[in-house]
Design a protein around this ligand. Sequence first.
Ligand code: FAD
Length: 567
Amino acid sequence: MATASQAPRESAAPWQTHTVFNQAPPLEGVDVFASNLPLVEAVQREGASWVSERASALGRVVGGEPQQSWGTLANENKPVLHTHDRYGNRIDEVEYHPAWHKLMALGVEHELHSLPWTSSEPFAHTARAALYMTAMQAEAGFACPITMTFAVVPALRAQPELAAEWEPLITASTYDPRPIPASEKGSAIAGMWMTEKQGGSDVRANTTAATPLGGGGPGGEYELSGHKWFCSAPMSDLFLVLAQTDEGLSCFLLPRILPDGSRNACHLQRLKDKLGNRSNASAEIELHGALAHMVGEPGRGVRTIIEMVGHTRLDCVIGAAAGMRAGVVGATHHAAHRSAFGKLLIDQPLMRNVLADLCVESEASTALAMRLARAYDDAHADAEAGMDDSDAQLFKRLATAVGKFWACKRAPNHAYEALECLGGNGYVEESGMPRLYREAPLASIWEGSGNVMSLDVLRALTRSPRALEVFVAEVEQARGADARLDAGVQRLKDQFADPATLETRARRVVESMALCLQGSLLVRHAPPAVADAFCASRLAGDGGLEYGTLPADTDFEGIIARSRPQS
Ligand SMILES: Cc1cc2nc3c(=O)[nH]c(=O)nc-3n(C[C@H](O)[C@H](O)[C@H](O)COP(=O)(O)OP(=O)(O)OC[C@H]3O[C@@H](n4cnc5c(N)ncnc54)[C@H](O)[C@@H]3O)c2cc1C
Protein backbone atom coordinates (compact mmCIF):
# COMPACT_ATOMS: atom_id res chain seq x y z
CA MET A 1 0.00 0.00 0.00
CA ALA A 2 1.45 3.37 -0.98
CA THR A 3 2.08 5.90 1.80
CA ALA A 4 0.96 9.46 1.34
CA SER A 5 4.42 10.51 0.23
CA GLN A 6 4.57 7.63 -2.24
CA ALA A 7 1.06 8.24 -3.67
CA PRO A 8 1.27 8.79 -7.40
CA ARG A 9 0.42 12.26 -8.59
CA GLU A 10 -2.94 12.14 -10.34
CA SER A 11 -1.41 13.16 -13.65
CA ALA A 12 0.92 10.19 -13.43
CA ALA A 13 -1.75 7.64 -12.45
CA PRO A 14 -1.25 4.45 -14.44
CA TRP A 15 -4.93 4.28 -15.49
CA GLN A 16 -5.01 7.84 -16.74
CA THR A 17 -5.42 8.00 -20.51
CA HIS A 18 -5.69 11.74 -20.92
CA THR A 19 -5.73 15.11 -19.25
CA VAL A 20 -9.04 16.96 -19.07
CA PHE A 21 -8.63 20.41 -20.56
CA ASN A 22 -10.50 22.99 -22.63
CA GLN A 23 -13.62 22.65 -20.51
CA ALA A 24 -15.23 25.70 -18.88
CA PRO A 25 -14.79 25.81 -15.10
CA PRO A 26 -17.94 25.79 -12.94
CA LEU A 27 -19.39 29.25 -12.60
CA GLU A 28 -19.38 29.63 -8.82
CA GLY A 29 -19.38 32.40 -6.31
CA VAL A 30 -20.93 34.99 -8.62
CA ASP A 31 -23.32 37.64 -7.33
CA VAL A 32 -25.99 37.01 -9.94
CA PHE A 33 -27.56 40.42 -9.30
CA ALA A 34 -24.48 42.66 -9.26
CA SER A 35 -23.03 40.90 -12.30
CA ASN A 36 -26.23 41.57 -14.27
CA LEU A 37 -25.45 45.13 -15.38
CA PRO A 38 -28.61 45.70 -17.45
CA LEU A 39 -30.65 44.78 -14.38
CA VAL A 40 -28.56 46.83 -11.95
CA GLU A 41 -28.96 49.90 -14.16
CA ALA A 42 -32.69 49.31 -14.65
CA VAL A 43 -33.22 49.15 -10.88
CA GLN A 44 -31.60 52.56 -10.49
CA ARG A 45 -33.34 54.06 -13.49
CA GLU A 46 -36.79 52.91 -12.39
CA GLY A 47 -36.35 54.33 -8.90
CA ALA A 48 -35.70 51.30 -6.70
CA SER A 49 -31.99 51.61 -5.97
CA TRP A 50 -32.77 51.08 -2.27
CA VAL A 51 -33.13 47.37 -3.04
CA SER A 52 -29.72 46.97 -4.66
CA GLU A 53 -27.93 45.84 -1.52
CA ARG A 54 -30.68 43.34 -0.71
CA ALA A 55 -30.67 42.07 -4.27
CA SER A 56 -26.91 41.66 -4.11
CA ALA A 57 -27.16 39.63 -0.91
CA LEU A 58 -29.74 37.42 -2.62
CA GLY A 59 -27.56 37.31 -5.73
CA ARG A 60 -24.67 35.93 -3.70
CA VAL A 61 -26.89 33.25 -2.17
CA VAL A 62 -28.34 32.24 -5.51
CA GLY A 63 -24.90 32.27 -7.14
CA GLY A 64 -23.72 29.89 -4.45
CA GLU A 65 -25.24 26.65 -3.34
CA PRO A 66 -28.85 26.90 -4.59
CA GLN A 67 -27.82 27.55 -8.14
CA GLN A 68 -25.54 24.57 -7.99
CA SER A 69 -27.84 22.06 -6.38
CA TRP A 70 -31.33 22.97 -5.18
CA GLY A 71 -32.82 23.58 -8.61
CA THR A 72 -31.25 20.41 -9.99
CA LEU A 73 -32.38 18.28 -7.07
CA ALA A 74 -35.92 19.63 -7.08
CA ASN A 75 -36.24 18.82 -10.79
CA GLU A 76 -34.55 15.44 -10.74
CA ASN A 77 -36.76 14.32 -7.84
CA LYS A 78 -40.19 15.15 -9.15
CA PRO A 79 -43.13 15.67 -6.78
CA VAL A 80 -45.05 12.48 -5.96
CA LEU A 81 -48.80 12.31 -5.40
CA HIS A 82 -50.13 10.25 -2.49
CA THR A 83 -53.90 10.04 -2.86
CA HIS A 84 -54.32 7.67 0.13
CA ASP A 85 -52.46 6.73 3.26
CA ARG A 86 -51.45 3.14 3.99
CA TYR A 87 -54.85 2.45 5.56
CA GLY A 88 -56.82 3.63 2.57
CA ASN A 89 -57.79 7.07 3.88
CA ARG A 90 -57.71 9.86 1.32
CA ILE A 91 -54.93 12.30 2.05
CA ASP A 92 -54.35 14.03 -1.32
CA GLU A 93 -50.80 14.99 -0.45
CA VAL A 94 -47.95 15.82 -2.78
CA GLU A 95 -44.51 14.92 -1.50
CA TYR A 96 -41.69 17.21 -2.62
CA HIS A 97 -37.94 16.86 -2.40
CA PRO A 98 -36.49 18.92 0.49
CA ALA A 99 -34.74 21.13 -2.11
CA TRP A 100 -38.18 22.38 -3.24
CA HIS A 101 -38.98 23.50 0.27
CA LYS A 102 -35.61 25.23 0.53
CA LEU A 103 -36.35 27.14 -2.65
CA MET A 104 -39.81 28.08 -1.40
CA ALA A 105 -38.36 29.28 1.89
CA LEU A 106 -35.76 31.30 -0.02
CA GLY A 107 -38.47 33.00 -2.05
CA VAL A 108 -40.72 33.76 0.90
CA GLU A 109 -37.94 34.92 3.23
CA HIS A 110 -36.74 37.34 0.55
CA GLU A 111 -40.33 38.61 0.20
CA LEU A 112 -40.67 37.85 -3.49
CA HIS A 113 -44.32 37.14 -2.77
CA SER A 114 -45.10 40.19 -0.67
CA LEU A 115 -42.81 43.19 -0.99
CA PRO A 116 -45.18 45.55 -2.84
CA TRP A 117 -47.95 44.82 -0.33
CA THR A 118 -45.82 45.29 2.79
CA SER A 119 -43.01 47.73 1.99
CA SER A 120 -43.23 51.47 2.52
CA GLU A 121 -40.24 52.05 0.24
CA PRO A 122 -40.88 53.65 -3.16
CA PHE A 123 -41.31 51.54 -6.31
CA ALA A 124 -41.65 48.28 -4.46
CA HIS A 125 -42.92 46.43 -7.55
CA THR A 126 -39.75 47.44 -9.36
CA ALA A 127 -37.65 46.35 -6.39
CA ARG A 128 -39.46 43.04 -6.21
CA ALA A 129 -38.97 42.47 -9.93
CA ALA A 130 -35.21 42.74 -9.39
CA LEU A 131 -35.32 40.25 -6.52
CA TYR A 132 -37.54 37.88 -8.48
CA MET A 133 -35.31 37.96 -11.55
CA THR A 134 -32.32 37.33 -9.33
CA ALA A 135 -33.91 34.40 -7.48
CA MET A 136 -35.01 32.79 -10.73
CA GLN A 137 -31.39 32.32 -11.70
CA ALA A 138 -31.51 29.40 -9.26
CA GLU A 139 -34.62 27.70 -10.65
CA ALA A 140 -37.90 28.65 -12.25
CA GLY A 141 -40.39 26.09 -10.92
CA PHE A 142 -40.82 27.54 -7.46
CA ALA A 143 -41.51 30.94 -8.96
CA CYS A 144 -45.01 29.68 -9.88
CA PRO A 145 -46.45 29.48 -6.32
CA ILE A 146 -44.41 32.53 -5.33
CA THR A 147 -46.07 34.46 -8.15
CA MET A 148 -49.56 33.23 -7.35
CA THR A 149 -49.10 34.18 -3.68
CA PHE A 150 -47.97 37.65 -4.75
CA ALA A 151 -50.75 38.03 -7.31
CA VAL A 152 -53.66 36.89 -5.16
CA VAL A 153 -53.55 39.96 -2.91
CA PRO A 154 -55.09 42.61 -5.20
CA ALA A 155 -57.88 40.21 -6.23
CA LEU A 156 -58.62 39.26 -2.64
CA ARG A 157 -59.00 42.90 -1.69
CA ALA A 158 -62.30 42.82 -3.58
CA GLN A 159 -63.67 41.16 -0.43
CA PRO A 160 -62.34 43.25 2.47
CA GLU A 161 -63.22 40.91 5.36
CA LEU A 162 -61.56 37.95 3.60
CA ALA A 163 -58.56 40.13 2.79
CA ALA A 164 -58.36 41.19 6.44
CA GLU A 165 -58.26 37.54 7.48
CA TRP A 166 -55.90 36.21 4.79
CA GLU A 167 -53.62 39.03 3.70
CA PRO A 168 -51.47 38.98 6.86
CA LEU A 169 -50.97 35.23 6.35
CA ILE A 170 -50.25 35.56 2.64
CA THR A 171 -47.70 38.31 3.13
CA ALA A 172 -45.94 36.69 6.11
CA SER A 173 -42.28 36.03 5.43
CA THR A 174 -42.22 32.50 6.84
CA TYR A 175 -42.80 29.32 4.86
CA ASP A 176 -44.49 26.32 6.45
CA PRO A 177 -45.61 23.41 4.24
CA ARG A 178 -47.46 21.48 6.96
CA PRO A 179 -51.09 20.53 6.17
CA ILE A 180 -52.62 22.46 9.04
CA PRO A 181 -54.90 25.52 8.99
CA ALA A 182 -53.05 28.57 7.73
CA SER A 183 -54.07 30.53 10.82
CA GLU A 184 -52.11 28.07 12.96
CA LYS A 185 -49.02 28.39 10.78
CA GLY A 186 -49.23 32.16 10.54
CA SER A 187 -48.52 32.04 6.81
CA ALA A 188 -50.14 30.96 3.56
CA ILE A 189 -49.24 30.13 -0.04
CA ALA A 190 -51.84 30.73 -2.76
CA GLY A 191 -52.86 29.13 -6.05
CA MET A 192 -55.56 29.61 -8.67
CA TRP A 193 -57.99 27.18 -10.27
CA MET A 194 -59.55 28.44 -13.47
CA THR A 195 -58.73 26.00 -16.28
CA GLU A 196 -61.10 23.09 -16.89
CA LYS A 197 -60.94 20.24 -19.39
CA GLN A 198 -63.22 21.94 -21.89
CA GLY A 199 -61.62 25.38 -21.69
CA GLY A 200 -58.64 27.29 -20.33
CA SER A 201 -58.54 30.47 -22.39
CA ASP A 202 -62.32 30.52 -22.54
CA VAL A 203 -63.00 30.30 -18.80
CA ARG A 204 -66.63 31.27 -19.28
CA ALA A 205 -67.07 27.65 -20.41
CA ASN A 206 -66.36 26.54 -16.79
CA THR A 207 -68.89 24.01 -15.51
CA THR A 208 -67.89 23.80 -11.82
CA ALA A 209 -71.00 24.74 -9.88
CA ALA A 210 -71.23 26.77 -6.68
CA THR A 211 -74.26 26.32 -4.39
CA PRO A 212 -74.87 28.83 -1.60
CA LEU A 213 -75.07 27.39 1.92
CA GLY A 214 -76.80 30.45 3.33
CA GLY A 215 -77.91 33.58 1.62
CA GLY A 216 -74.90 33.56 -0.70
CA GLY A 217 -73.50 36.72 -2.24
CA PRO A 218 -70.17 38.50 -1.67
CA GLY A 219 -68.27 36.86 1.22
CA GLY A 220 -70.97 34.17 1.54
CA GLU A 221 -70.29 30.47 1.96
CA TYR A 222 -70.77 28.07 -0.96
CA GLU A 223 -70.18 24.42 -1.84
CA LEU A 224 -68.22 23.85 -5.03
CA SER A 225 -68.64 20.72 -7.16
CA GLY A 226 -66.90 19.95 -10.41
CA HIS A 227 -63.33 19.65 -11.62
CA LYS A 228 -60.23 21.66 -12.49
CA TRP A 229 -57.72 20.52 -15.06
CA PHE A 230 -54.47 22.39 -14.35
CA CYS A 231 -53.87 23.25 -10.71
CA SER A 232 -50.26 24.17 -10.06
CA ALA A 233 -48.83 24.09 -6.54
CA PRO A 234 -51.77 22.04 -5.25
CA MET A 235 -50.33 21.98 -1.71
CA SER A 236 -51.00 25.70 -1.37
CA ASP A 237 -53.11 26.89 1.55
CA LEU A 238 -55.74 28.78 -0.42
CA PHE A 239 -56.94 29.02 -3.99
CA LEU A 240 -58.96 31.49 -5.97
CA VAL A 241 -61.42 29.39 -7.94
CA LEU A 242 -63.93 30.22 -10.67
CA ALA A 243 -67.32 28.51 -10.51
CA GLN A 244 -70.81 29.08 -11.87
CA THR A 245 -73.60 30.51 -9.72
CA ASP A 246 -77.13 31.45 -10.77
CA GLU A 247 -75.76 34.91 -11.51
CA GLY A 248 -72.93 33.56 -13.70
CA LEU A 249 -69.22 32.85 -13.30
CA SER A 250 -68.02 33.97 -9.87
CA CYS A 251 -64.78 33.96 -7.91
CA PHE A 252 -64.26 32.03 -4.66
CA LEU A 253 -61.63 31.65 -1.97
CA LEU A 254 -61.14 27.98 -1.18
CA PRO A 255 -58.90 26.92 1.73
CA ARG A 256 -57.19 23.53 1.36
CA ILE A 257 -57.37 22.81 5.08
CA LEU A 258 -60.53 23.86 6.92
CA PRO A 259 -60.39 25.72 10.27
CA ASP A 260 -61.08 22.46 12.19
CA GLY A 261 -57.98 20.89 10.63
CA SER A 262 -59.85 18.61 8.22
CA ARG A 263 -59.09 18.58 4.50
CA ASN A 264 -61.47 20.43 2.20
CA ALA A 265 -63.33 18.19 -0.26
CA CYS A 266 -60.84 18.44 -3.12
CA HIS A 267 -59.44 15.23 -4.52
CA LEU A 268 -56.22 15.20 -6.49
CA GLN A 269 -56.74 12.80 -9.38
CA ARG A 270 -53.23 12.78 -10.79
CA LEU A 271 -50.24 15.02 -11.46
CA LYS A 272 -49.39 16.22 -14.95
CA ASP A 273 -46.36 14.70 -16.62
CA LYS A 274 -45.01 18.00 -17.94
CA LEU A 275 -42.44 18.99 -20.55
CA GLY A 276 -40.55 21.07 -18.00
CA ASN A 277 -41.35 22.86 -14.74
CA ARG A 278 -40.82 19.48 -13.15
CA SER A 279 -39.99 20.64 -9.64
CA ASN A 280 -43.45 22.12 -9.44
CA ALA A 281 -46.55 19.91 -9.22
CA SER A 282 -49.58 20.60 -11.42
CA ALA A 283 -52.65 18.54 -10.57
CA GLU A 284 -56.01 17.53 -11.92
CA ILE A 285 -58.57 18.03 -9.18
CA GLU A 286 -62.16 17.13 -8.44
CA LEU A 287 -64.26 19.13 -6.05
CA HIS A 288 -66.95 17.31 -4.11
CA GLY A 289 -68.87 20.04 -2.34
CA ALA A 290 -65.70 21.87 -1.28
CA LEU A 291 -66.30 24.82 1.03
CA ALA A 292 -65.45 28.25 -0.30
CA HIS A 293 -66.34 31.92 0.16
CA MET A 294 -67.34 34.23 -2.64
CA VAL A 295 -64.86 36.99 -3.47
CA GLY A 296 -66.36 40.06 -5.12
CA GLU A 297 -69.72 40.31 -6.81
CA PRO A 298 -71.66 37.25 -8.01
CA GLY A 299 -71.40 36.83 -11.76
CA ARG A 300 -68.31 39.05 -11.83
CA GLY A 301 -65.75 36.29 -11.31
CA VAL A 302 -63.57 37.13 -14.28
CA ARG A 303 -63.49 40.78 -13.35
CA THR A 304 -62.43 39.83 -9.81
CA ILE A 305 -59.76 37.27 -10.68
CA ILE A 306 -58.36 39.38 -13.51
CA GLU A 307 -56.37 41.35 -10.92
CA MET A 308 -54.59 38.12 -10.03
CA VAL A 309 -54.20 37.20 -13.68
CA GLY A 310 -52.70 40.60 -14.50
CA HIS A 311 -50.07 40.34 -11.79
CA THR A 312 -49.13 36.80 -12.85
CA ARG A 313 -48.70 38.08 -16.40
CA LEU A 314 -46.27 40.68 -15.10
CA ASP A 315 -44.27 37.83 -13.59
CA CYS A 316 -44.35 35.91 -16.87
CA VAL A 317 -42.52 38.86 -18.44
CA ILE A 318 -40.01 39.10 -15.59
CA GLY A 319 -39.59 35.33 -15.68
CA ALA A 320 -38.96 35.27 -19.43
CA ALA A 321 -36.30 37.95 -18.98
CA ALA A 322 -34.80 35.93 -16.11
CA GLY A 323 -34.58 32.83 -18.30
CA MET A 324 -32.84 34.79 -21.05
CA ARG A 325 -30.38 36.14 -18.53
CA ALA A 326 -29.58 32.60 -17.40
CA GLY A 327 -29.04 31.66 -21.06
CA VAL A 328 -26.67 34.58 -21.62
CA VAL A 329 -24.71 33.70 -18.49
CA GLY A 330 -24.34 30.05 -19.50
CA ALA A 331 -23.45 30.79 -23.11
CA THR A 332 -20.95 33.60 -22.55
CA HIS A 333 -19.25 31.80 -19.68
CA HIS A 334 -18.73 28.69 -21.76
CA ALA A 335 -17.55 30.59 -24.81
CA ALA A 336 -15.06 32.56 -22.72
CA HIS A 337 -13.32 29.34 -21.65
CA ARG A 338 -13.69 26.99 -24.58
CA SER A 339 -11.37 27.08 -27.57
CA ALA A 340 -11.99 25.70 -31.03
CA PHE A 341 -9.85 26.08 -34.12
CA GLY A 342 -7.13 27.93 -32.24
CA LYS A 343 -9.21 30.61 -30.56
CA LEU A 344 -11.54 31.00 -27.61
CA LEU A 345 -15.09 30.71 -28.90
CA ILE A 346 -15.82 34.17 -27.57
CA ASP A 347 -13.17 35.51 -29.97
CA GLN A 348 -14.51 33.69 -33.04
CA PRO A 349 -16.29 36.30 -35.18
CA LEU A 350 -19.40 34.25 -35.86
CA MET A 351 -19.78 33.10 -32.26
CA ARG A 352 -19.45 36.74 -31.20
CA ASN A 353 -22.37 37.55 -33.42
CA VAL A 354 -24.51 34.84 -31.81
CA LEU A 355 -23.54 35.81 -28.26
CA ALA A 356 -24.05 39.54 -28.87
CA ASP A 357 -27.47 38.87 -30.40
CA LEU A 358 -28.47 36.82 -27.34
CA CYS A 359 -27.20 39.61 -25.08
CA VAL A 360 -29.20 42.24 -26.98
CA GLU A 361 -32.41 40.19 -26.71
CA SER A 362 -31.83 39.56 -23.03
CA GLU A 363 -31.17 43.22 -22.31
CA ALA A 364 -34.24 44.29 -24.29
CA SER A 365 -36.38 41.89 -22.25
CA THR A 366 -34.89 43.05 -18.97
CA ALA A 367 -35.55 46.69 -19.86
CA LEU A 368 -39.12 45.83 -20.82
CA ALA A 369 -39.78 43.81 -17.66
CA MET A 370 -38.41 46.48 -15.38
CA ARG A 371 -40.30 49.29 -17.14
CA LEU A 372 -43.44 47.21 -16.80
CA ALA A 373 -42.83 46.61 -13.09
CA ARG A 374 -42.44 50.35 -12.65
CA ALA A 375 -45.77 50.82 -14.42
CA TYR A 376 -47.36 48.69 -11.69
CA ASP A 377 -45.90 51.02 -9.06
CA ASP A 378 -47.22 54.07 -10.88
CA ALA A 379 -50.63 52.53 -11.54
CA HIS A 380 -51.09 51.41 -7.93
CA ALA A 381 -50.12 54.88 -6.70
CA ASP A 382 -52.74 56.41 -8.99
CA ALA A 383 -55.37 53.93 -7.81
CA GLU A 384 -54.60 54.82 -4.20
CA ALA A 385 -55.03 58.48 -5.11
CA GLY A 386 -58.49 57.58 -6.39
CA MET A 387 -57.65 57.89 -10.07
CA ASP A 388 -59.21 55.68 -12.74
CA ASP A 389 -57.88 55.25 -16.27
CA SER A 390 -54.80 57.35 -15.56
CA ASP A 391 -51.99 57.25 -18.12
CA ALA A 392 -50.02 54.89 -15.89
CA GLN A 393 -52.99 52.53 -15.55
CA LEU A 394 -53.63 52.50 -19.29
CA PHE A 395 -49.96 51.93 -20.03
CA LYS A 396 -49.76 49.12 -17.47
CA ARG A 397 -52.80 47.37 -18.91
CA LEU A 398 -51.59 47.53 -22.50
CA ALA A 399 -47.88 46.96 -21.87
CA THR A 400 -48.62 43.87 -19.75
CA ALA A 401 -50.36 42.17 -22.67
CA VAL A 402 -47.77 43.36 -25.19
CA GLY A 403 -44.87 42.32 -22.95
CA LYS A 404 -46.38 38.95 -22.03
CA PHE A 405 -46.84 38.10 -25.69
CA TRP A 406 -43.43 39.16 -26.84
CA ALA A 407 -40.99 38.31 -24.04
CA CYS A 408 -42.53 34.87 -23.59
CA LYS A 409 -42.51 34.19 -27.32
CA ARG A 410 -38.82 35.10 -27.57
CA ALA A 411 -37.73 32.94 -24.64
CA PRO A 412 -37.75 29.38 -26.09
CA ASN A 413 -35.62 30.12 -29.14
CA HIS A 414 -33.28 32.19 -26.99
CA ALA A 415 -32.83 29.23 -24.62
CA TYR A 416 -32.21 26.92 -27.55
CA GLU A 417 -29.51 29.16 -29.06
CA ALA A 418 -27.85 29.66 -25.69
CA LEU A 419 -27.85 25.88 -25.25
CA GLU A 420 -26.22 25.40 -28.64
CA CYS A 421 -23.39 27.75 -27.68
CA LEU A 422 -22.26 24.98 -25.31
CA GLY A 423 -22.25 22.42 -28.10
CA GLY A 424 -22.90 18.87 -26.94
CA ASN A 425 -22.30 19.86 -23.32
CA GLY A 426 -25.36 22.08 -23.59
CA TYR A 427 -27.52 19.09 -24.50
CA VAL A 428 -26.55 17.31 -21.30
CA GLU A 429 -28.62 17.80 -18.16
CA GLU A 430 -25.66 18.67 -15.92
CA SER A 431 -25.15 21.90 -17.84
CA GLY A 432 -28.55 23.18 -16.68
CA MET A 433 -29.38 24.26 -20.24
CA PRO A 434 -31.94 21.50 -20.95
CA ARG A 435 -33.85 22.57 -17.84
CA LEU A 436 -33.84 26.17 -19.05
CA TYR A 437 -34.98 25.07 -22.50
CA ARG A 438 -37.83 22.90 -21.24
CA GLU A 439 -39.06 25.64 -18.96
CA ALA A 440 -39.04 28.33 -21.63
CA PRO A 441 -42.41 27.71 -23.41
CA LEU A 442 -44.43 27.62 -20.21
CA ALA A 443 -44.81 31.34 -19.53
CA SER A 444 -46.30 31.85 -22.97
CA ILE A 445 -48.99 29.18 -22.48
CA TRP A 446 -49.90 30.00 -18.89
CA GLU A 447 -52.33 32.84 -18.16
CA GLY A 448 -53.08 33.67 -21.75
CA SER A 449 -51.37 31.90 -24.65
CA GLY A 450 -49.87 33.86 -27.56
CA ASN A 451 -53.05 34.41 -29.53
CA VAL A 452 -55.06 35.17 -26.43
CA MET A 453 -52.56 37.84 -25.40
CA SER A 454 -52.59 39.39 -28.86
CA LEU A 455 -56.38 39.54 -28.77
CA ASP A 456 -56.15 40.98 -25.26
CA VAL A 457 -54.15 43.89 -26.66
CA LEU A 458 -56.95 44.59 -29.13
CA ARG A 459 -59.52 44.27 -26.34
CA ALA A 460 -57.63 46.78 -24.21
CA LEU A 461 -57.49 49.19 -27.13
CA THR A 462 -61.20 48.79 -27.85
CA ARG A 463 -62.11 49.47 -24.22
CA SER A 464 -59.78 52.47 -23.90
CA PRO A 465 -58.70 53.83 -27.29
CA ARG A 466 -56.62 56.44 -25.42
CA ALA A 467 -54.31 53.60 -24.29
CA LEU A 468 -52.67 53.59 -27.71
CA GLU A 469 -51.89 57.30 -27.43
CA VAL A 470 -50.36 56.73 -24.00
CA PHE A 471 -48.33 53.80 -25.30
CA VAL A 472 -47.07 55.71 -28.32
CA ALA A 473 -46.24 58.72 -26.13
CA GLU A 474 -44.04 56.46 -24.00
CA VAL A 475 -42.28 55.09 -27.08
CA GLU A 476 -41.89 58.57 -28.57
CA GLN A 477 -39.91 59.76 -25.61
CA ALA A 478 -37.01 58.59 -27.78
CA ARG A 479 -38.28 60.43 -30.84
CA GLY A 480 -35.52 61.93 -32.99
CA ALA A 481 -32.78 59.86 -31.36
CA ASP A 482 -32.78 57.06 -33.91
CA ALA A 483 -34.35 57.29 -37.38
CA ARG A 484 -34.90 53.52 -37.48
CA LEU A 485 -37.00 53.68 -34.32
CA ASP A 486 -38.95 56.67 -35.62
CA ALA A 487 -39.70 54.78 -38.84
CA GLY A 488 -40.77 51.74 -36.81
CA VAL A 489 -43.20 53.85 -34.80
CA GLN A 490 -44.67 55.26 -38.00
CA ARG A 491 -45.16 51.74 -39.37
CA LEU A 492 -46.81 50.78 -36.09
CA LYS A 493 -49.28 53.66 -36.35
CA ASP A 494 -50.03 52.69 -39.96
CA GLN A 495 -50.97 49.18 -38.86
CA PHE A 496 -54.10 50.52 -37.20
CA ALA A 497 -55.39 52.01 -40.46
CA ASP A 498 -57.46 48.93 -41.40
CA PRO A 499 -59.50 47.87 -38.35
CA ALA A 500 -61.40 45.20 -40.34
CA THR A 501 -58.35 42.91 -40.51
CA LEU A 502 -56.86 43.76 -37.14
CA GLU A 503 -57.75 40.44 -35.51
CA THR A 504 -56.03 38.42 -38.23
CA ARG A 505 -52.98 40.69 -38.02
CA ALA A 506 -52.96 40.90 -34.23
CA ARG A 507 -49.67 39.08 -33.70
CA ARG A 508 -47.83 41.38 -36.11
CA VAL A 509 -49.33 44.46 -34.55
CA VAL A 510 -48.37 43.36 -31.04
CA GLU A 511 -44.90 42.37 -32.19
CA SER A 512 -44.43 45.86 -33.63
CA MET A 513 -45.63 47.42 -30.40
CA ALA A 514 -43.19 45.34 -28.39
CA LEU A 515 -40.26 46.09 -30.67
CA CYS A 516 -40.98 49.82 -30.61
CA LEU A 517 -41.21 49.83 -26.81
CA GLN A 518 -38.04 47.80 -26.38
CA GLY A 519 -36.27 49.95 -29.00
CA SER A 520 -37.32 53.13 -27.26
CA LEU A 521 -36.13 51.88 -23.87
CA LEU A 522 -32.75 50.82 -25.26
CA VAL A 523 -32.26 54.03 -27.27
CA ARG A 524 -32.97 56.06 -24.15
CA HIS A 525 -31.13 54.01 -21.58
CA ALA A 526 -28.75 51.38 -22.95
CA PRO A 527 -25.21 51.95 -24.27
CA PRO A 528 -25.27 53.03 -27.94
CA ALA A 529 -23.81 49.69 -29.09
CA VAL A 530 -26.78 47.76 -27.69
CA ALA A 531 -29.40 50.20 -28.95
CA ASP A 532 -27.76 50.36 -32.36
CA ALA A 533 -27.69 46.56 -32.76
CA PHE A 534 -31.33 46.32 -31.66
CA CYS A 535 -32.59 49.05 -34.00
CA ALA A 536 -30.62 47.73 -36.97
CA SER A 537 -31.70 44.10 -36.59
CA ARG A 538 -35.16 44.30 -35.03
CA LEU A 539 -36.51 47.55 -36.49
CA ALA A 540 -34.63 48.25 -39.73
CA GLY A 541 -34.55 44.68 -41.08
CA ASP A 542 -30.72 44.40 -41.05
CA GLY A 543 -30.79 40.97 -39.43
CA GLY A 544 -31.97 37.44 -40.15
CA LEU A 545 -34.57 35.12 -38.70
CA GLU A 546 -32.06 33.39 -36.42
CA TYR A 547 -29.77 34.70 -33.72
CA GLY A 548 -26.23 35.54 -34.83
CA THR A 549 -27.34 37.71 -37.73
CA LEU A 550 -26.46 41.17 -36.46
CA PRO A 551 -24.79 43.52 -38.99
CA ALA A 552 -21.02 43.13 -39.36
CA ASP A 553 -20.25 46.60 -38.01
CA THR A 554 -21.89 45.84 -34.63
CA ASP A 555 -19.75 46.42 -31.53
CA PHE A 556 -19.90 42.72 -30.62
CA GLU A 557 -17.16 42.90 -28.03
CA GLY A 558 -18.69 45.81 -26.17
CA ILE A 559 -22.13 44.21 -26.08
CA ILE A 560 -20.83 40.86 -24.80
CA ALA A 561 -18.49 42.43 -22.23
CA ARG A 562 -21.41 44.32 -20.73
CA SER A 563 -23.57 41.24 -20.26
CA ARG A 564 -20.99 38.62 -19.48
CA PRO A 565 -20.70 37.62 -15.82
CA GLN A 566 -17.18 38.08 -14.51
CA SER A 567 -16.12 34.99 -12.59
C1 FAD B 1 -47.39 24.05 -16.55
C2 FAD B 1 -48.76 24.67 -16.53
C3 FAD B 1 -49.29 25.10 -15.35
C4 FAD B 1 -50.59 25.61 -15.31
N1 FAD B 1 -51.11 25.98 -14.10
C5 FAD B 1 -52.39 26.42 -14.05
C6 FAD B 1 -52.98 26.78 -12.80
O1 FAD B 1 -52.35 26.70 -11.73
N2 FAD B 1 -54.28 27.18 -12.78
C7 FAD B 1 -55.01 27.28 -13.92
O2 FAD B 1 -56.17 27.66 -13.85
N3 FAD B 1 -54.47 26.97 -15.13
C8 FAD B 1 -53.19 26.54 -15.22
N4 FAD B 1 -52.64 26.21 -16.43
C9 FAD B 1 -53.50 26.20 -17.60
C10 FAD B 1 -53.23 27.32 -18.57
O3 FAD B 1 -53.53 28.57 -18.00
C11 FAD B 1 -54.04 27.00 -19.81
O4 FAD B 1 -53.49 25.84 -20.39
C12 FAD B 1 -54.04 28.15 -20.80
O5 FAD B 1 -54.78 29.21 -20.29
C13 FAD B 1 -54.60 27.73 -22.16
O6 FAD B 1 -55.84 27.11 -22.02
P1 FAD B 1 -56.14 25.69 -22.70
O7 FAD B 1 -55.05 24.77 -22.31
O8 FAD B 1 -57.51 25.29 -22.38
O9 FAD B 1 -55.99 25.95 -24.25
P2 FAD B 1 -57.13 26.53 -25.22
O10 FAD B 1 -57.88 27.59 -24.54
O11 FAD B 1 -57.88 25.43 -25.82
O12 FAD B 1 -56.19 27.19 -26.34
C14 FAD B 1 -55.51 26.40 -27.32
C15 FAD B 1 -54.84 27.36 -28.29
O13 FAD B 1 -55.84 28.12 -28.94
C16 FAD B 1 -55.53 29.49 -28.89
N5 FAD B 1 -56.77 30.26 -28.86
C17 FAD B 1 -57.70 30.27 -27.88
N6 FAD B 1 -58.70 31.13 -28.18
C18 FAD B 1 -58.39 31.66 -29.39
C19 FAD B 1 -59.02 32.62 -30.25
N7 FAD B 1 -60.17 33.22 -29.91
N8 FAD B 1 -58.40 32.94 -31.39
C20 FAD B 1 -57.23 32.37 -31.74
N9 FAD B 1 -56.59 31.46 -30.98
C21 FAD B 1 -57.17 31.12 -29.81
C22 FAD B 1 -54.68 29.67 -27.65
O14 FAD B 1 -53.80 30.79 -27.77
C23 FAD B 1 -53.90 28.35 -27.64
O15 FAD B 1 -52.73 28.45 -28.39
C24 FAD B 1 -51.34 25.72 -16.50
C25 FAD B 1 -50.77 25.33 -17.70
C26 FAD B 1 -49.50 24.81 -17.73
C27 FAD B 1 -48.93 24.37 -19.05
